[in-house]
Design a protein around this ligand. Structure first.
Ligand code: XUL
Ligand code: CO
Length: 442
């Protein structure tokens, strides 16, 4: 990219300067080029930028319009504005050292007056993205379709009571799969924005879930037909915009996938703020997915303790991220997934520079958490504590329980004749919390 055509002329590529640096536009923990286990830290983290927040978000909230204006948004022709915006985005991806990006179909190209027109607009921007990906070496982590903004989807997309809307959504996802494949997307995400209900008074819950599953089977069939090899991901969220969303959390997602024979082809894209909205911790959702070999990718953000809604903030809580990283590393990592910053600037954060501060903070916090978790695992104190806690299942009748080779009758006999009353054992929570704190604070 030529300097003269820069959209961020005052900001150079962000460099790693180490923990002692006081430069707010430098990484203190994330050194993209550091080699660990034979790959770079950048390859390890697979950071991704969410196009919808970073380049379509203008700071609006339910109480007021956007506050953020960008120079590249001016112009009369929406297609050329979309192209210039995309040029700015790829310059940002490079300067922030993100190897991936993610988008919804309608983020990158304006919706037209018909499906045909929308598809034509999309084709123009996909062609542009293809060139930019090639020039910059930035890859597509995942693509998806926006099935929630247009009023036609107000009662759901694949769970809409009107088959006409189902058909329209099918056509839109067909195209989204084609363009995700065209751009080499490594995953395809389903987030069921309005796939739920506002009131059960007008809803046939069973039929809607059947339709959602039928839709996903059709997506899998079509992906196979066109040779799209990416991983399919479900992104659970309990509510917002609907009162109840069918893919409420990972556990209900697993039940849904198993019920409909979809469990082999799907994994989960876990979002921190969605976990907390469901009344879970981020680590809980990761553990549940990992326990079934279904951990796919992360939408990296955070909510606000004092706000009940999906605030999509950048996460700088190293303790929370360390716990998440422990579970991710124990599960063997994210495979084709990555850490996608599904996070937006606060409404008053209107400077161009704020976009850099936000992502630098998020990347540094994740990088630091990754390193701390790696140390905790390498030293093995936590793991050996947990192992010892379950040691009674490694031998004797405990082992037989796990192998399902013993039943109530035999266990009763054992208690009556040999074991008697179990001795209480401490869960040692405070010791373990102090142990984690010792890694965080030295
Ligand atoms: C909404 C959300 C979405 C998905 C993609 O809460 O997280 O942006 O990540 O549709
Ligand atoms: Co998300």
């Amino acid at each position: 990219m030529k300097k003269s055509s820069s959209h961020f002329p005052k900001i150079d590529t962000i460099r790693y300067e180490g923990p002692a640096s006081d430069n707010p536009l430098a990484f203190r923990h994330f050194d993209p080029d550091e080699v660990m286990d034979g790959i770079t830290f950048s390859e390890q983290m697979r950071f991704s930028i969410a196009y919808w927040h970073a380049f379509r978000g203008a700071g609006s909230d339910p109480f007021g319009p956007g506050t953020i204006t960008r120079a590249w948004e001016s112009g009369k022709d929406p297609i050329s504005v979309a192209k210039t915006r995309m040029d700015a985005a790829f310059e940002f991806f490079q300067k922030i050292r993100a190897p991936f990006w993610c988008f919804h179909d309608r983020d990158i190209a304006p919706e037209g007056s018909s499906l045909l027109q929308s598809n034509k607009n999309l084709d123009k921007l996909v062609a542009h993205a293809k060139i930019l990906q090639k020039q910059t070496g930035v890859h597509l982590l995942w693509g998806t379709a926006n099935l929630f903004s247009n009023p036609r989807y107000m009662c759901g997309a694949s769970t809409n009571p009107d088959a006409h809307v189902f058909a329209y959504a099918a056509a839109q996802v067909k195209k989204a799969l084609e363009v995700t494949k065209e751009l080499g997307g490594e995953n395809y995400v389903f987030w069921g924005g309005r796939e739920g209900y506002e009131t059960l008074l007008n809803t046939d819950l069973k039929r809607e879930q059947d339709h959602l599953a039928a839709f996903m089977h059709m997506a899998l069939d079509y992906a196979k037909k066109i040779g799209f090899k990416g991983q399919f991901l479900i992104e659970p969220k309990p509510k917002e915009p609907t009162k109840h969303q069918y893919d409420f959390d990972v556990a209900s997602g697993i039940a849904f996938l198993r019920t409909y024979g979809l469990e082999k082809q799907f994994k989960f894209n876990i979002e921190t703020n969605h976990a907390t909205l469901a009344g879970h911790t981020f680590q809980h959702e990761i553990e549940v997915a990992a326990s079934q070999g279904m951990l796919g990718s992360i939408d990296a953000n955070a909510g606000d303790l004092l706000l009940g809604w999906d605030t999509d903030q950048f996460n700088t809580d190293v303790r929370e991220l360390t716990l998440a990283m422990l579970s991710i590393q124990k599960a063997g990592g994210l495979g084709t997934g990555g850490f996608n910053f599904d996070a937006k600037l606060r409404r008053p954060s209107i400077d161009l520079e704020d976009l850099f501060h936000a992502h630098i903070g998020g990347m540094d916090a994740y990088a630091l958490a990754f390193k701390i978790a790696r140390r905790i695992i390498a030293e093995g104190k936590l793991e050996s504590f947990v192992e010892a806690r379950y040691a009674s299942f490694d031998q004797g009748y405990g082992k037989l329980i796990e192998k399902k080779k013993i039943g109530f009758k035999e266990l009763e006999k054992l208690v009556l004749t040999q074991l008697g009353e179990p001795k209480p054992k401490s869960g040692k929570q405070e010791y373990l919390e102090n142990l984690i704190a010792s890694y965080l604070h030295g």
